[in-house]
Design a protein around this ligand. Structure first.
Ligand SMILES: [Zn+2]
Length: 216
């Protein structure tokens, strides 16, 4: 299977109403292509935590900070970016496509189904249809969300009351922007968004689908 990851121009100057992805994504063997999430096509900050030692495993899982999504998810992220921009906000992305090999590394470190998808079920991240992200202001400073990204604690759940009013407000803005753009939320992680009902609709993908591997 050869799937190439490509950067595309998604025509962002058309505004939300005219937003469309006009590229065809089928490769010569009929498989879908992952879209590289990077400026200027996608106006986001990118800090791929699993390509650094700043993640719960304490060491890099990826060999490079690749950021890719399935075209369906890339389109929804583009909508969210446009909505956030209208409020003077941008996104900082911590993780997007996560090769199935990486999901096994994370699961073997912390096999907790509250915070990680069992690799045998398949993580929506490994389908390229989930993204971990927060909001940043015009100076690039992360908004207070009450916990850090990947804090495996009940305070990371949606709907908790033991975070500040400001963090509550910021989570609600993130939730509103993402759901309005077509994303489903995950009750245990304020930073995680995915397309609705991904299992069965999208296939779990290996690092091997990337022209340039991501795994360390
Ligand atoms: Zn996630």
């Amino acid at each position: 299977m050869s799937i190439k990851a490509v950067a595309i121009d998604v025509g962002r100057d058309k505004g939300l109403a005219g937003y469309s992805l006009t590229q065809t994504f089928a490769t010569d063997d009929g498989h879908m292509t992952l879209v590289e999430i990077a400026p200027p096509a996608f106006d986001v900050d990118i800090f791929i935590a699993y390509a650094t030692d700043q993640n719960f495993t304490g060491k890099p899982v990826y060999g490079r900070p690749g950021c890719y999504l399935h075209p369906d998810a890339a389109e929804c992220l583009g909508k969210a970016i446009d909505l956030a921009r209208s409020m003077g906000l941008r996104f900082k992305v911590f993780d997007a496509f996560r090769p199935s090999e990486a999901q096994w590394v994370l699961w073997n470190h912390t096999p907790d189904p509250e915070f990680l998808a069992d690799p045998r079920r398949g993580s929506p991240h490994s389908m390229g249809v989930a993204v971990d992200l927060t909001l940043i202001d015009s100076a690039g400073t992360e908004l207070d969300m009450g916990t850090a990204f990947d804090a495996f604690t009940p305070r990371s759940h949606h709907g908790v009351l033991d975070i500040s009013a400001e963090a509550q407000r910021n989570r609600a803005i993130l939730l509103g922007l993402m759901t309005a753009a077509g994303w489903d939320f995950y009750r245990n992680e304020w930073w995680h968004y995915q397309l609705f009902s991904p299992r069965g609709r999208y296939e779990v993908l290996s690092d091997k689908v990337l022209a340039q591997p991501m795994m360390a």
